[in-house]
Design a protein around this ligand. Structure first.
Ligand SMILES: Nc1ncnc2c1ncn2[C@@H]1O[C@H](COP(=O)(O)OP(=O)(O)O)[C@@H](O)[C@H]1O
Ligand SMILES: [Mg+2]
Length: 450
């Protein structure tokens, strides 16, 4: 069997190893020459050789059958694993993720019969989306089609239907209404084994309109992340994974990676680090932001900053976020607000043309934004909310406001935007630059050049 060339470590190894196995099967049954002594013996050997050759040929045919199946499986895996582009960046310094993944996988019973819905439940910033991404990376290749719908809370149902159909069926679907979306999904996906992740669901209506009990094929799995346990109960979802706060050691490790770039604090910072993680109260988002905020600062500065939290309730994550924002310089603050209001989900390269690069770097450094594999800018919803609240409080309203309702069509001329700092430049952005959803959410009410 000739080598089946696949670039890429793990896959290449599997293929080469398998081809060697097939060759061994083929060679195993040939007779040894010293067995052919006398004529009679030779005749007997001749008969036996014929039988053995026959047998060997049969084995060859069999192994070729296995080979074909085997190669097909490998091609499927390559298509799923290598050619499917989405592979989420889980977290800069992941802590305890594998154990979450194992636990959720047990609830999911991937490969088992029937259909299942599993809820991942916990407070904001606890790591639900992070776990969902890690699960996706681990199992998405085992399904015929898969779709990760981030921020369901913010999207319109029609857009979400279109995205689901696009991701699974690979066309540019145009859906006119929620009813139409449901009927197309039921018709086209009912025989497909799919993985659907609905991230950050906050309304029963979203669950009911995005994933009915028997909409998808046998073996399908739906994962829902939410802050609202009641939603899962209402939908009678019994398989629920509750995300718990990090334990002390894990919290210290996550904080230390962000604050010191290593897994534990230097001795002279230990007491201060303990104070800091008490404020963060085991919440990964708070640990990440606070650690990044304190990085590269002197002991004296740490004391001043931590003293600033005195009297604050420990669990008050908003205060931690607010103080990180307050500590930014004016330019970085502006860019933070622009991202919170316009560019969340947009393409980093587009933003680079109009805001200073170093401000983006500062925000990444302070863990206030992250950049996904496809250059999309991500910002946690609590930080987005902080940014929008700040803008609302600004008396001169320097940015556009974009009040909108779910399923409001893009381009609805209902509300006139207030000119903002980015208004002049934004007409040069396309849907492609910003991502359709972001574009519609943020620019739907003006007339950008397409
Ligand atoms: N187990 C973890 N290890 C490291 N970082 C984490 C972990 N869980 C969450 N984070 C970080 O905490 C932040 C918030 O996590 P996220 O999953 O967005 O929370 P949620 O979806 O529950 O609001 C992100 O920056 C993420 O990288
Ligand atoms: Mg989330």
């Amino acid at each position: 069997m000739s080598g089946f060339e696949v670039s890429g470590g793990e896959m290449g190894w599997v293929v080469i190893g398998a081809s060697r196995q097939v060759e061994r099967n083929r060679c195993r049954l040939f007779p040894l020459p010293e067995q052919r002594e006398s004529k009679r013996e030779k005749e007997r050997i001749g008969e036996r050789e014929t039988e053995e050759r026959e047998y060997t040929r049969e084995r060859e045919r069999e192994s070729e059958g296995y080979e074909a199946i085997f190669i097909n499986n490998i091609v499927d895996q390559i298509i799923n694993r290598v050619l499917r582009p989405t592979y989420w960046n889980v977290a800069k310094h992941p802590i305890g993720i594998q154990s979450h993944v194992q636990d959720v996988k047990k609830l999911l019973d991937v490969g088992g019969n029937g259909r299942r819905m599993v809820g991942i439940w916990g407070t904001s910033g606890i790591g639900k989306t992070t776990i969902a991404k890690a699960i996706w990376n681990a199992i998405a290749h085992e399904f015929e089609g898969s779709c990760f719908l981030p921020n369901v809370r913010e999207g319109s149902l029609v857009q979400l239907h279109e995205t689901l159909l696009d991701k699974v069926l690979g066309k540019n679907w145009k859906i006119q209404s929620v009813d139409e979306g449901i009927s197309v999904i039921k018709k086209r996906l009912r025989h497909k084994k799919i993985l659907l992740i609905l991230d950050d669901v906050d309304q029963l209506e979203q669950l009911e309109n995005l994933a009915g009990d028997d909409w998808f094929g046998e073996g399908s799995r739906v994962i829902i992340t939410t802050k609202d346990r009641g939603l899962l109960d209402n939908r009678e979802i019994e398989l629920i994974y509750e995300v718990k706060k990090l334990e002390y050691n894990q919290a210290l490790e996550l904080f230390s990676w962000h604050a010191f770039g290593r897994s534990e604090p230097p001795k002279d910072y230990l007491k201060l680090a303990q104070r800091a993680i008490a404020f963060a109260d085991g919440l990964p988002l708070a640990l990440t932001i606070l650690g990044s905020h304190l990085r590269n600062r002197s002991i004296g500065r740490w004391q001043v900053i931590l003293d600033g939290y005195k009297g604050e309730p420990y669990t008050h994550i908003e205060r931690i976020l607010q103080k990180s924002y307050d500590a930014l310089d004016d330019d970085a603050k502006e860019v933070f607000l622009d991202i919170a209001c316009f560019f969340k989900g947009g393409n980093k390269n587009s933003l680079l043309g109009i805001v200073p690069k170093n401000c983006i770097e500062v925000l990444i450094d302070k863990a206030m934004i992250t950049i996904e594999f496809n250059h999309r800018i991500l910002m946690h919803d609590l930080l987005e909310k902080l940014g929008k609240d700040i803008v609302h409080k600004e008396s001169d309203r320097t940015r556009l406001e974009f009040p909108r309702t779910r399923d409001e069509p893009c381009g609805d001329p209902g509300i006139t935007p207030t000119p903002g700092s980015l208004l002049k430049t934004m007409s040069s952005f396309t849907r492609e630059d910003l991502g359709h959803e972001t574009f519609c959410q943020n620019f739907g009410k003006v007339s950008p050049v397409n």
